[in-house]
Write a protein that binds this ligand. Structure first.
Ligand code: FDA
Length: 305
């Protein structure tokens, strides 16, 4: 039943018509639990609050399925405004983005041009940029662009997904770049031809990838709400004497906040992924797919408290 619901939500998340309709009807469906408002100012004040509690942040201007150049340029402008806002307010925040919102589906050159504008501004203000991982159809193009930009800029990292069979090879391919990588399970609906269908294989691969990347001396962000993966990482770093400056835990805004505080209190670096913007639909529905129990929050959003 859980798997059925997951597939249903992931189908909804990938529907372009629904994405556009949701944007028109505003921040409903419990979005505010996982999204720090529709505006940059709202997100900046959330970041300030999180920084005051000791958390680091990565901000994300929500957007996907961008299919025209004007919108892709606008998306990049939003990222530049966010970087300037972070610098102006002296916040401790990185920025995460998706290459499909920078024009990846339109042209390689447009996507690169948007990324270079963002990276130049980010470099000027000392802000680090992470390229999120999307569905497997975009993996190759995303990693190609990452490698091209990484040879020009220091302030860039990306994400690998433990559910993909290819990721262990991607780690080999990326290693010469000594990348700062965020490792996640993977949030999209993927066929068994490309991704492990069973959670236990995904979890085992996650542990394997963390071990390889950390023991090679690379900075690693372990992005998960899964207690077993967190326990495994703590044991690994203790056993190999890996310093706290070489890794961090990351979680999503609004998910397991009490666990986020606990990890911070134990002395680990904890970064919160804070999404904002009008294009909240796909992001929110993927959170429901991860945990259908969150439907209760959605119903609350629709029918009131
Ligand atoms: P899993 O889903 O197995 O959950 C483990 C436990 O955590 C659950 O048993 C539950 O207790 C709790 N939990 C999980 N989800 C919850 C929820 N929604 N509400 C309440 N409790 C919940 N994916 C991707 O494809 N590309 C990307 O770039 C990123 N980026 C990213 C950044 C950060 C900071 C995080 C934390 C995650 C991502 N992801 C992502 C999403 C990731 O791939 C994955 O879908 C989610 O993190 C859920 O998987 P978990 O590792 O948390 O484990």
């Amino acid at each position: 039943m859980e798997k059925l619901l997951r597939n249903f939500f992931l189908f909804l998340a990938s529907n372009k018509q629904l994405t556009k309709a949701a944007k028109r009807y505003g921040m409903k469906f419990g979005a505010s639990r996982f999204v720090a408002g529709a505006t940059l100012n709202g997100a900046l004040s959330t970041i300030k609050d999180l920084n005051n509690q000791g958390f680091s942040v990565t901000i994300d201007h929500l957007g996907e399925f961008v299919d025209n150049e004007v919108e892709a340029v606008e998306m990049a402008d939003h990222c530049i405004q966010a970087i300037k806002g972070i610098a102006r307010d002296h916040l401790e925040s990185q920025l995460s983005l998706k290459l499909t919102s920078m024009g990846l589906d339109i042209s390689h050159e447009l996507c690169l041009a948007n990324m270079r504008r963002i990276l130049d501004t980010a470099k000027e203000h000392g802000v680090f940029i992470t390229i999120d991982a999307e569905d497997h159809a975009h993996t190759e193009a995303t990693l190609d662009i990452f490698k091209e930009l990484k040879s020009e800029y220091d302030n860039i990292g990306t994400v690998v997904q433990a559910y993909l069979y290819r990721t262990v090879d991607d780690l080999e391919d990326l290693n010469p770049y000594h990348p700062r990588l965020r490792i996640v399970k993977g949030a999209y609906k993927e066929p068994p031809e490309v991704a492990f269908p069973d959670k236990k294989d995904v979890d085992q691969n996650f542990k394997n990838l963390i071990t390889i990347h950390l023991l090679r001396g690379n900075h690693t962000a372990i992005a998960t709400h899964d207690d077993e993966i967190i326990r495994f990482t703590k044991e690994l770093v203790r056993k190999h004497n890996i310093g706290k400056d070489q890794f961090e835990f990351q979680m999503l805004y609004g998910i397991r906040p009490e666990r986020q505080r606990q990890i911070l209190a134990e002395g680990y670096n904890m970064r919160i992924y804070v999404p904002y913007g009008e294009d909240w639909y796909g992001y929110n529905i993927r959170r429901l797919a991860e945990r259908p129990a969150n439907v209760a929050f959605v119903l609350k959003g629709v029918f009131g408290k």
